[in-house]
Design a protein. Structure first.
Length: 424
């Protein structure tokens, strides 16, 4: 039996166990209070207590669907972030990370959106059967979830989502720019409704998180950062790849409590997104305001500042990161980045010692550093023998036609200089 088949078999056994336990609650019309299965650990950080999920049937001009709202009270914490801390975030927090695209807006006007869908590939045949929208409220953090019990409820669900989003000025997602938003725009158009996202600046936190942590962690998946950065260890969470399977099982059985792990998964994803928003954007403020716990984070942000053309900010972070714990590979690469930036800024007196240090030790940038030294001694010092020595050393490390041509040219120049010196 394959690993996937074994997973499915285990899930079916768990579902059967839940069926037997909660059979008395099945088949309730209109409003359903679905019990949380025992495999969700309510005592684990960030997990919900084992209480009912009260769904309300909502009717509008386009039909009916289900909605519910979860409150995470102000006194609670999600790992290292307190729920009450979210309300106190500054209005201009999102400007630097968005390159100024997100204006100064009160945190109460930010909405955090995540979808659960019938497939992971997207396309016109993929439905968003559950859409969660989180918001920062005076009494804590609230997550409103929109759920369709069958595909015929999609028009009603999307209409209600559109109305709900009108109270917000900024959309925040995680991988939403390439997945959630395009998918929802497709569904709105399929239902002949206007997508509501055109007037909302959109911050996809995934890109900032990758810049900040891709050098430090193997994965920047939301659940991995939840664990690594917030210190939250989920218990009984449903793997994302199995969510479509659970929904199709629900369509077959019409037993909504089968979906409780999905409701929980979606709500916690949105809460995690909000808490990471309280951490990630700070790093994109000028280095004096940014807060870092690891050298690799500083390197990642320095590269972003360099790409943005803020070379002095980039240099400040690159240099500070060298005082932190970096792997040898990353430290040598950072030395190279600093040297090349100093050269770009025409500060060769600062770049030369760094190229010399790189050229004196075994590392991946030794050859390029030798070539830079050869250029310096040839063009700035007119010291052709020294430039030739550097070029030949670089040739030994990584032969190339360009270096061979440079060596031949320097040999001729060195020979001419030697001949002139003898004549004098």
């Amino acid at each position: 039996m394959s690993d996937f088949q074994e997973q499915l078999a285990n899930l079916r056994r768990r579902i059967a166990k839940i069926d037997r336990k909660y059979a008395r609650g099945a088949g309730k019309p209109a409003s359903v209070a679905a019990p949380v299965p025992a495999n969700i650990d309510a005592e684990s950080p960030g997990a919900e207590p084992p209480e009912a999920w009260p769904w309300e049937e909502v009717e509008n001009a386009l039909g009916r669907h289900y909605e519910t709202e979860k409150l995470y009270e102000r006194h609670r914490r999600h790992g290292s972030i307190g729920i009450a801390d979210l309300e106190g975030l500054p209005q201009n927090l999102l400007e630097p990370i968005s390159n100024g695209e997100v204006p100064s807006v009160a945190p109460s006007k930010w909405c955090f959106l995540d979808t659960e869908t019938t497939g992971l590939a997207g396309g016109s045949g993929t439905y968003a059967f559950l859409i969660g929208v989180g918001r920062i409220a005076p009494d804590g953090f609230r997550v409103r979830q929109f759920f369709m019990r069958e595909f015929g409820e999609e028009a009603s669900l999307l209409s209600a989502l559109d109305e709900h989003l009108k109270q917000f000025d900024v959309l925040i997602t995680y991988n939403g720019r390439t997945y959630d938003q395009p998918l929802l725009e497709t569904r709105f158009r399929m239902m002949r409704q206007r997508p509501p996202f055109g007037a909302m600046p959109h911050l996809d936190l995934l890109f900032g998180a990758r810049r900040l942590w891709k050098l430090r962690f193997e994965s920047c998946r939301l659940v991995d950062l939840e664990n690594q950065i917030l210190g939250v260890e989920r218990q009984g969470d449903l793997p994302g790849e199995l969510i479509p399977y659970f929904y199709f099982e629900y369509l077959r059985t019409q037993q909504i409590f089968r979906l409780v792990p999905i409701f929980h998964h979606n709500a916690i994803d949105i809460l995690t997104l909000a808490c990471l928003t309280a951490i990630v954007p700070w790093a994109f403020h000028p280095p004096g305001q940014a807060q870092f716990s690891h050298g690799a984070e500083m390197v990642g942000l320095a590269r972003w500042w360099r790409q943005a053309g803020e070379f002095e900010h980039a240099l400040a972070l690159f240099r500070e990161s060298l005082n932190r714990a970096l792997s040898d590979e990353l430290a040598f690469r950072t030395l190279w980045d600093v040297a090349m930036l100093e050269k770009k800024l025409k500060r060769e007196h600062a770049a030369l010692p760094l190229f010399t240090e790189l050229a004196s030790a075994r590392n991946a940038w030794r050859g390029p550093a030798l070539e830079e030294l050869a250029k310096y001694y040839e063009h700035r010092e007119r010291n052709y023998p020294m430039a030739l020595e550097m070029t030949l050393s670089a040739l030994d490390l990584a032969p190339s036609e360009a270096l061979r041509r440079r060596a031949e040219r320097l040999k001729r120049k060195s020979g001419v200089c030697h001949h002139i010196s003898r004549l004098l």
